[in-house]
Each structure stands twice: as structure tokens, then as C-alpha cells.
Design a protein around this ligand. Structure first.
Ligand SMILES: [Zn+2]
Length: 325
């Protein structure tokens, strides 16, 4: 055997295998990254640290059930006779959605992924609607722009014929209660009563959550009066990434659980087959819906007056028109 002539070929083969493997892995990672880019619940970092998610089918690799306390219990079997179990922790919106799927027959729990993110174990559960399918948003005839603010949400229904209808839902009580709780929490914190602080926080959260559920139901009901509507929100993810949105946006970002209201509305809409869309929120509060002139000075609190064409409006309503446009 002439080893000198064979070994270079073996090396070539090894390189070929290595290169092919790298290409396949790169492609798979790219596909996952692409997938999570559209994941509203955040982008898992497992593609970066090299840990892969454990995928499982419902009632095969994992199981969920409601406990007597109203929690969601899980049981994950990574291998035969090896399982982990416990109670899921998570945002109210996500747990609410899961409980809906576990109790009704309209929604079904399907596959899940178990993964590590920032040192915490996470269970990502897919749920499917068995009866209603969400309409393709390209097929919409009416766009409902939703502008979420600290004390109201402004809605505008827009078709190719122009503004069809508009509605401002005021919720000054949310702003009021949040400020009241904020002051109370500061006071007990200064007094060193940490447990009281947590109790107040829980109470505030429940209050705000209940109101936001009510408001999100109202938004969906209002949108249902239009045929083939699509509900559109400002994408806060993009907002944080951009540089300057002015003080109004920054203030709004910190003052209301926006994501919660958007998420509640989005999944309640999908219960009714209504699709949702997300837009870049840049300048939605400063642009004139009539002439397009964009200037921060156009807006003065709740009043909008265009410095160019003199158009006047309720500023949040104007923002919802821009979102719809
Ligand atoms: Zn104008």
C-alpha cells in the first residue's frame, strides 16, 4: 500500500465531511434564528451558547394539567423513566392562554420546546386553534390602528376609502391607581417593610391586568364590526432599537405594560380569526396624517396641530391614524 498517496485523500475526505457538517449546522442555526426573529416572546439565546432545545409532542414527551390552585403543572420526559415535574411560572398572559387551551376544546396544546435561557429553564408551548383559523392579513380590507397610551387607547379604522371610524377608550383609573400604588410602595419600602411592598405589587398587577383584559376585549369587539379587519400595533422591539423617539415614547414605554395590552388584544383577536400586524412606531405621534409634515412641535400633549397645513386633531387619535396608514 502506498500510504503517501492515500493519506492526502483521507485528509480531503475528512475536510469534506467537516465542511459539509459546518454548512449544515450553519444553515440550521440560520433557520432557527430566522424563526425566532418573529417570535413575540423574545429571542432565545440558545443558538449562541450552543444549547439546543428539547422538542416534545404533547402527551408523549411532555404533559400539562391544571392544579386545584389554578396553576399549570408540567411533566417533561426527556428519556424513558426520567422526567421532571413542577408548576409553571410565567406572565399572566401566557398562563391565561395555556389555561384556555387546557380547559376549552377550541384550542389545543401541541408541541413544546424546553431550553435554557439566561440560566433559567424555559418551556415554550405551541397552542393551535382547532376551529377558527386566523385570516391571512394580506387579505384584509380594513386596518385598525391601535395607539396605546398611559391613560387611553386610540383606535382608527382605515380602508382604501379613508377613515371609517375612530374610538378613544379612556382608562384614567389605570394611570391613577398605578401612581397611587407607586407612592404606597415607595413609602413601605422606605419603612423597610419588604413583604408589604410585594403584596402591594401583586395587588397593583392584578388591578392593571384585569383592566387591560377588559380594554383588550373592547378593542377586539370594536374591530369585529368591520369586515376583514387587521389590527395593527406599534412594535416596541423596534422602538427600543432605534435612537430617538422623543420623551413621549420613552415615558410611555415605562409607564404602561404595553406588551401586555398588545399581547392580550392580539391573542383575543386570533380567537376571533382576526390577524394582527406590527409596524415601526417611528414618528407616529409627530407626523401629520393629512399632509405628512413631521415635526415634534406638531404635538402638544393631547392636542395635535400641524405647523404646515394647520390640521388639528386629538393627538392620540392622530397617532392611531398614522399607525393604520
Ligand atoms: Zn399637515
Amino acid at each position: 500500500v502506498d500510504w503517501n498517496s492515500i493519506s492526502p485523500r483521507l485528509e480531503d475526505d475528512a475536510d469534506l465531511v467537516k465542511n459539509t457538517t459546518q454548512r449544515i449546522v450553519a444553515k440550521a442555526l440560520g433557520a432557527m434564528e430566522n424563526y425566532y426573529e418573529y417570535d413575540d416572546f423574545g429571542k432565545p439565546s440558545h443558538t449562541k451558547d450552543g444549547t439546543y432545545p428539547l422538542r416534545a409532542n404533547y402527551e408523549e414527551g411532555y404533559n400539562l394539567s391544571l392544579t386545584d390552585d389554578g396553576d399549570v403543572a408540567f411533566r417533561i420526559s426527556a428519556a424513558p423513566y426520567k422526567h421532571v415535574k413542577g408548576v409553571l411560572e410565567g406572565s399572566d398572559a401566557h398562563l391565561d392562554l395555556l389555561k384556555t387551551a387546557l380547559t376549552g376544546d377550541e384550542w389545543k396544546v401541541s408541541t413544546s420546546e424546553t431550553l435554557w435561557r439566561d440560566g433559567e429553564p424555559e418551556l415554550h408551548v405551541n397552542i393551535r386553534n382547532t376551529k377558527q383559523t386566523v385570516r391571512d392579513k394580506q387579505d384584509s380590507r380594513m386596518v385598525v390602528g391601535v395607539d396605546v397610551n398611559e391613560d387611553n387607547v386610540a383606535l382608527t379604522a382605515l380602508s382604501t376609502d379613508g377613515v371609517e371610524d375612530t374610538l378613544v377608550i379612556d382608562f384614567p383609573e389605570i394611570k391613577f391607581e398605578r401612581h397611587r400604588y407607586f407612592t404606597m410602595r415607595k413609602r413601605v419600602q422606605n419603612a423597610g417593610k419588604d413583604s408589604m411592598h410585594d403584596t402591594l405589587e401583586g395587588r397593583e398587577e392584578r388591578f392593571v391586568r384585569d383592566r387591560l383584559h377588559k380594554v383588550s376585549r373592547h378593542i377586539v369587539e370594536w374591530s369585529q364590526q368591520f369586515e376583514r379587519s387587521c389590527i395593527v400595533f406599534e412594535d416596541l422591539k423596534e422602538m427600543r432599537d432605534s435612537i430617538d423617539y422623543g420623551t413621549r415614547m420613552n415615558r410611555r414605554l415605562h409607564h404602561l405594560p404595553f406588551r401586555a395590552l398588545q399581547f392580550y388584544t392580539s391573542y383575543k383577536a386570533s380567537f376571533e380569526g382576526i390577524p394582527t400586524g406590527w409596524i415601526n412606531p417611528e414618528y407616529t405621534s409627530q407626523r401629520c396624517p393629512m399632509c405628512g409634515h413631521t415635526e415634534r412641535a406638531n404635538r402638544n400633549k393631547k392636542r395635535f396641530k400641524c405647523k404646515d397645513c394647520e390640521h388639528q386633531d386629538h393627538s392620540d387619535r392622530g397617532a392611531s391614524v398614522n399607525i393604520a396608514v
